[in-house]
Design a protein around this ligand. Structure first.
Ligand code: PHE
Length: 493
């Protein structure tokens, strides 16, 4: 069957979609915390080193193979060697697992958007979040039933995602015109609000005060590499799929630099919104800034709501603004994951976009229901930890090895240089063949060692198996099986 492949309407739209995927919840709550914890301003050094020695080179790699092979991740790897197709599926399945819980966090944002109108969390945002909203049970084994507001929010999120990718590049291209600039506008307003609050400078001092001693610690460097990896959406097959919708003769290098720098810049800027307000919280409550710093969900659903209630005016407005920002930040990251899987499924089985899209969204929704139960947060925590520490980094390593040694880094470099705005030198080959894989291998071994030393959060063995190792292994087996399934192939013109 011969079919015309989807194409982006312009380079601008492709860039917006890629930036939309990269810039997500991770830029707001992960970056600022990781930065603060790893030496404040000094962390920017390993962070930018990681961006230039792994982030952007790998992004060039993913863009190049997508564009060159003209297919989603599985198809692209199959074109390198049939037996490597499973690596593409592996990336997509990891993305699939991530989407099951990423959307649940978006559902929380949706509920909080509504709560913001009345500042419903009252005097204790902490108590409200854990007890009233999540209604946390006693542990992983005690599911305690579904939390209906979260469940309903999840339906809303999935329906939105379904429609965002319904027409592929056509619908995505329209949606990102809004979902990329809108959160940035919200962020600018939040930064202005933040830095004009009393105590803001204290917070910013905390954020940026450089502690150069940390540069001697390997952990700080590894933290920088993992942050770059997650933040740039590398290793999920997203960038491969997006680049495959570009015309064959498109620029690669400049696009990678623009996406990478935009993502890093937004992370850095978001830190100002977060830390200036933390300074304000410390100042009004009289505790040190170091005591009010929170990571992950704690920051968005406990600390921020607390600060919002304390604002001198316009509390509801800034609350709504904050959660609209999170929702619009998250949605384009979420649907990029879906699009990557949909593209892979369509190519393999030759079924319509509509059908694959429906199957992917519905299955991910059903699997995500576990995160809407009273034990949801516990499960989310394990699954997220394992899939992001052992899944995507391993895919990145595999990509470097296959491109570096099987296909040949030099071949890709020449292909890229033929039509990029500016060329990359031989240094790129060295990075892809030696530097990035070594760093990623160390990262994996180090994490493995940590895990053996102290099991994650000291959770019981069956939990670590079911939500952690089991999923990590299942994803690899699943990828292999998907490669083996018989197909009705389509040839894209
Ligand atoms: N890059 C996103 C973030 O920073 C996370 C993500 C990764 C989303 C991969 C989609 C795909 O939040």
């Amino acid at each position: 069957m011969e079919k015309v492949r989807d194409r982006w309407s312009s380079r601008k739209v492709f860039l917006l979609a890629s930036i939309g995927s990269a810039v997500g919840l991770g830029n707001v709550w992960r970056f600022s915390y990781v930065c603060y914890q790893n030496g404040g301003g000094a962390f920017l050094i390993p962070y930018f080193v990681a961006l230039f020695t792994a982030g952007i080179p790998l992004m060039i790699l993913e863009y190049a193979i997508g564009q060159m092979m003209n297919g989603a991740a599985p198809e692209s790897f199959a074109k390198i060697r049939k037996k490597y197709e499973w690596i593409g599926w592996w990336a997509l399945l990891i993305g699939f697992v991530v989407m099951t819980y990423y959307t649940v966090i978006m559902s929380w944002c949706f509920s909080y958007l509504i709560y913001s109108l009345k500042l419903s969390w009252g005097s204790s945002a902490q108590d409200f979040f854990f007890n009233n909203f999540l209604g946390l049970s006693s542990g992983h084994g005690d599911l305690g039933g579904i939390r209906w507001p979260i469940f309903l929010g999840l339906i809303f999120v999935w329906v939105s995602i379904f429609f965002c990718v319904i027409k592929g590049t056509k619908s995505v291209g329209k949606v990102v015109l809004i979902t990329v600039p809108l959160p940035i506008i919200c962020l600018v307003l939040l930064v202005i609000r933040g830095v004009t609050l009393p105590g803001a400078m204290e917070g910013l001092k905390f954020y940026l005060n450089p502690d150069f001693k940390v540069l001697l610690k390997p952990d700080v460097w590894l933290a920088a590499y993992s942050q770059i990896f997650f933040s740039l959406s590398l290793g999920f097959g997203v960038l491969i799929a997006y680049a495959s919708y570009l015309p064959k003769k498109s620029d690669v290098v400049n696009n990678a630099f623009i996406t990478g720098l935009a993502d890093a810049g937004i992370s850095f800027f978001a830190g100002f919104a977060v830390f200036s307000t933390l300074g304000y919280l410390a100042c009004t409550t009289g505790v040190g800034v170091d005591k009010v710093v929170a990571a992950g969900p704690g920051l968005a659903f406990v600390t921020y709501p607390t600060i919002i209630s304390l604002l001198p005016f316009g509390a509801a407005f800034f609350g709504v603004l904050f959660f609209i920002m999170l929702l619009t930040l998250g949605i384009d990251s979420a649907f990029s994951l879906v699009e990557a899987v949909v593209a892979g499924g369509m190519e393999k089985w030759g079924i319509s976009r509509w059908k694959v899209n429906f199957i992917v969204c519905a299955t991910a929704f059903f699997l995500g229901i576990i995160f809407t139960t009273r034990a949801g947060l516990y499960w989310l925590d394990v699954v997220d930890h394992f899939i992001t520490t052992f899944g995507l980094v391993a895919v990145g390593l595999a990509e470097c090895l296959i491109i570096g040694y099987v296909l040949g880094a030099e071949r890709i470099r020449r292909y890229v240089n033929e039509h990029s705005d500016f060329s990359i030198g031989k240094w790129w080959n060295i990075i892809i063949k030696f530097i990035t894989p070594s760093i990623l291998a160390v990262l994996i071994l180090k994490n493995l060692w940590n895990e053996i030393k102290i099991p994650y959060e000291k959770y019981p063995g069956w939990v670590l198996f079911a939500g952690g190792w089991g999923i990590v292994v299942l994803v690899v087996i699943g990828a292999y099986l998907l490669m083996k399934v018989k197909t009705k192939k389509i040839n894209f013109g």
